[in-house]
Design a protein around this ligand. Structure first.
Ligand code: FCB
Length: 490
């Protein structure tokens, strides 16, 4: 179903899980600042403590190894390593990642490091942030510090997470840090600097890494998929997946084409017109660095159809369509068509760097966290990913978002994405049913996906009717409890 050596992972990001915001010399980030702005984050919550992962990484790595992860994707907090963004290195901050990498390697888990997952040092924002022409150089300096320290052990690097979202929500809609609503011209200038930073970061990794580096990035994937899988309908869906039709960033190509093809897409250039930033000589070469994989974050997708007059239109969701607590429709086909279209356009192996769902999870009276929706969601998405793989798309890995419940940006703690439940009052971790189920998927390299009623085993394991060793679930003889299997989703 999945090739041998397929990477089974889960992910997180620094601001969302670390906490310890003022510990050991960490500098403030733009998220610390935004969280203190009244009304910016649900309930006025902050990442000050989050999952306290900074102080509990050993326990967390232990849970990862119980699940049997082959890889763990985490991000480095730039202001923990360089409190002012450039200049003086904070040794204690760097030492934390050193330890984490060692803990992971000891547990047989490959670290995948993301350099930028949205927590820009406040000091750099004060000097212009992503609008400053100096930021590619700042990012290169930061990358050099991290690579010099970790690249004797870390080989997998992701430069930047979801540029579309942090530029779109941070500089356009004002919902994410730094909470600005700027003109399109300024948004595009920031986006250009993000792309240059990506390129400079990739160059630094390639030049300085002590072990051969595998470099990628993790944009969001916007997937329009065909409801009818005929040749012309597929072409229509492809065109709409790669089209830019609105003056915002909810698209693939404004970022993907420069990074992978070395040019901005024609339709975007036309639409954005005179707002497009000046492209200096050499910029496109800097942005267009050789990558080893195309990481992509896919949570949902949109069904489309070409109508009789040849226009592609969105197909409306039926009322009450399956959706997560974020109200993101459940659209497993996105994990077939997304990887396929992206591979066909950019020619790179695909890694799903994020996929998962927010659910109304809580610890039940039996002490377990039963989340059949997450099992069903993940199973149906992974089956589509397996189909892509069977159809010849080189899919190298899958990272479930997230390893544990965490600070979900403007939504605070109300959205739970984890395989592991976190009680934020006590910091107690509880593996959800989905974690037990995922352990079995990993152990069988995906074969367990063909079990159409996986809920019984997972619930049973969570209830203690199974012994769980790293990556292995064995039912105790006679321990199978009859648990009702939830009906399949319509
Ligand atoms: C993505 C982010 C990640 C998390 C998930 C739910 O947009 O990269 O940090 O918030 O969504």
């Amino acid at each position: 179903m999945f090739r041998e050596g397929f990477v089974w992972g889960a992910g997180s990001s620094s601001y969302q899980i670390e906490g310890a915001h003022a510990q050991d010399g960490r500098g403030p980030s733009i998220w610390d600042t935004l969280c203190r702005r009244p009304g910016a984050v649900h309930n006025g919550e902050t990442g000050d403590i989050a999952c306290d992962h900074y102080n509990r990484s050993a326990e967390d790595v232990d849970v990862m190894s119980r699940i049997g992860l082959s890889a763990y994707r985490f991000s480095i907090a730039w202001p923990r390593v360089l409190p002012l963004g450039i200049g003086k290195v904070n040794e204690a901050g760097l030492a934390f990642y050193d330890r984490l990498v060692d803990e992971l390697l000891r547990a047989g888990i490959t670290p995948w490091v993301t350099l930028y997952h949205w927590d820009l040092p406040q000091a750099l924002f004060d000097r212009g942030g992503w609008l400053s022409p100096e930021i590619p150089a700042w990012f290169a300096e930061y990358t050099r510090v991290v690579v010099d320290r970790l690249s004797d052990r870390v080989q997998h690097w992701i430069t930047i997470n979801e540029p579309q979202i942090f530029v779109g929500l941070g500089y356009r809609e004002g919902k994410h840090a730094p909470g600005l609503k700027l003109s399109l011209r300024e948004q595009l200038a920031a986006a250009h600097n993000v792309l240059l930073a990506h390129g400079r970061g990739a160059q630094v990794i390639r030049e300085r890494a002590r072990k051969p580096a595998l470099i990628g990035w993790a944009p969001v994937g916007r997937v329009d998929y065909p409801v009818i899988e005929s040749r012309d309908q597929i072409e229509a869906a492809r065109a709409s997946t790669f089209g830019i039709t609105e003056a915002g960033f909810w698209n693939n190509t404004w970022f993907g084409d420069p990074v992978c093809l070395g040019r901005y897409p024609e339709d975007g250039l036309k639409l954005y017109g005179t707002d497009v930033p000046r492209i200096a000589k050499g910029d496109m070469e800097t942005i267009h660095q050789k990558l080893d994989f195309y990481g992509v974050n896919i949570y949902s997708g949109a069904p489309v159809r070409m109508n009789a007059s040849g226009k592609t239109e969105n197909v409306a969701w039926s009322p009450g369509v399956a959706s997560t607590t974020m109200r993101w429709p459940v659209a497993p086909k996105a994990l077939y068509w997304g990887p396929r279209f992206l591979h066909e356009r950019y020619g790179l192996p695909i890694v799903i760097t994020e996929n998962g769902m927010a659910n109304a999870d809580w610890v039940s009276s039996d002490g377990c966290v039963h989340d059949p929706q997450r099992i069903d969601y993940t199973r149906s998405y992974l089956l589509e990913l397996a189909r892509a793989s069977a159809d010849g798309v080189p899919v190298d890995g899958y990272f479930h978002w997230a390893i544990m419940d965490n600070f979900e940006w403007a939504e605070g703690y109300k959205e739970r994405f984890g395989l592991v439940h976190v009680d934020f009052a006590t910091q107690k971790r509880t593996m959800k049913d989905s974690a037990y189920w995922y352990a079995e998927v990993i152990r069988t390299n995906g074969d367990h996906l063909s079990d159409a009623s996986p809920f019984v085993a997972a619930a049973s394991a969570a209830a203690g009717n199974a012994t769980v060793r790293p990556g292995v679930i064995e039912a105790k003889p006679g321990a199978r409890v009859p648990v009702a299997v939830p009906g399949a989703r319509a």
